[in-house]
Write a protein that binds this ligand. Sequence first.
Ligand code: 5GP
Ligand code: ZN
Length: 139
Amino acid sequence: MTDPHCIFCKIVSKEIEASIIYEDDTCLAFMDITPVTKGHALVVPKQHYANLSECDDEVLRGVISVVRKISPAVKNAMDAEGILLQTLEGSAAGQEVFHLHFHIIPRTTGDGLILFPKKAMQERDALNDLAESIKAELK
Ligand code: 5GP
Ligand code: ZN
C-alpha cells in the first residue's frame, strides 16, 4: 500500500532523500526537515495509512515500539530533558502530511515551544456530560 503522491511514501521508497535514523520491515524513522526543536524526528509505517485511526493494529504496534526505542536515543543525543510525542489527525488539527507519523520532539526547559495555553478549569457536571457523550460513541 503506497500512495504515489505521498511525500513520506517517497521517503520510504528512497525516491527522495531523508536523514534516516532507523529502519525495519514495518517502520522508518528520520529527521523532520523543518524541526520545531533540534533533533525533531518522525516515525512512520512503511505502508501508507492516512492517520492513526486508519492504521492496522499490528502495524501500529510496530510503529509504537519503534517510537519507544527511538525516543530515548533522540533525548540523549540532543541532551534534552524530555520528549513530546505527537500525532495529528485532520487538517483542523494541523496535519499536513496525510501519511501516519509520530513526531518525536526533544524538549528542554525554556525552549519556548507553546502547546497548550492555560485554560479555565471546567465544572464537573460539564465534564461528566462530555464524558457521557464520548462513552456513547464507544458503544
Ligand atoms: P504534520 O503537520 O502533518 O503532523 O507534520 C508533517 C511534518 O512533516 C512536518 O513537521 C514537516 O516538517 C515534515 N515534512 C514535510 N515534508 C517533509 C520532507 O520532505 N522530509 C522530511 N524529512 N520531513 C518533511
Ligand atoms: Zn504515504
